[in-house]
Design a binder for this molecule. Structure first.
Ligand SMILES: Nc1ncnc2c1ncn2[C@@H]1O[C@H](COP(=O)(O)OP(=O)(O)OP(=O)(O)O)[C@@H](O)[C@H]1O
Ligand SMILES: [Mg+2]
Length: 203
């Protein structure tokens, strides 16, 4: 399956989620191929740290579209500074996974992104899956619920039940070239990520 992690909004967590999903799939014994099509090269940077540290499982990376091998799970990280590459990836995607941070600005840009996807020349509409990332951990703060409710009103989308909360473990693990569930296997971020990944890739 070709899964693109994308949204127009910067900082919504695309690279973080792409990296953690890639490690999760590879840890489950799946063949994974990562594409970093973002000139910022965040995914390439974290994979370089991982390679230097010789952490296992090792991950394969491409920075330009070549082929789409059908025997691998393909994960693509994109950025808005290369819209040509992003459009190519969105056109090839089996599935587009859209992280949405809990804010009105993120919702607006997600709606604009959905419109852009609808304008792509594709034989068949892709599956689009959105989820709330960086959700508030404090129950008194309602923005995450409101964002999830607003996403559910958008007909083009499937909204994942699982949210990924705002947790420092993502930053700490990423800087070391590790997934959250490798750095803190029993942490809350690891538990949430496991549920999230299982929803995207049921056994
Ligand atoms: N669930 C989360 N909890 C805490 N921090 C997070 C979470 N998801 C992402 N972050 C942090 O948010 C910042 C932006 O994440 P990331 O680089 O993955 O976003 P992006 O969408 O790829 O950004 P860009 O548009 O610049 O490519 C990073 O510092 C990352 O550690
Ligand atoms: Mg990124």
């Amino acid at each position: 399956m070709i899964t693109v992690i994308a949204n127009l909004k910067g900082g919504s967590g695309k690279s973080t989620v792409a990296f953690n999903l890639a490690v999760w799939l590879a840890s489950a014994g799946r063949s994974v191929l990562c594409y970093d099509l973002d000139p910022q090269a965040t995914l390439s940077d974290v994979l370089q740290v991982r390679q230097e540290e010789a952490y296992q499982p090792a991950l394969s990376l491409r920075q330009h579209i070549e082929t789409w091998p059908s025997d691998s799970e393909i994960l693509i990280d994109v950025g808005t500074s290369d819209m040509t590459a992003m459009t190519q990836a969105l056109t090839a995607a089996t599935r587009i996974v859209v992280p949405v941070a809990p804010s009105q600005a993120d919702l607006w840009s997600t709606q604009r992104f959905l419109y852009q996807i609808s304008q792509l020349e594709r034989a068949q509409a892709p599956q689009i899956v959105a989820f709330v990332n960086r959700a508030d951990t404090h129950s008194a703060i309602k923005e995450s619920d409101q964002t999830a409710e607003a996403l559910q009103l958008l007909p083009q989308l499937t909204v994942l039940k699982t949210r990924l909360c705002q947790r420092t473990a993502y930053r700490r693990s990423f800087s070391e070239g590790l997934a959250v569930f490798e750095l803190e296997p029993n942490g809350k971020a690891a538990q949430e990520f496991e549920q999230f990944a299982r929803q995207l890739y049921p056994a």
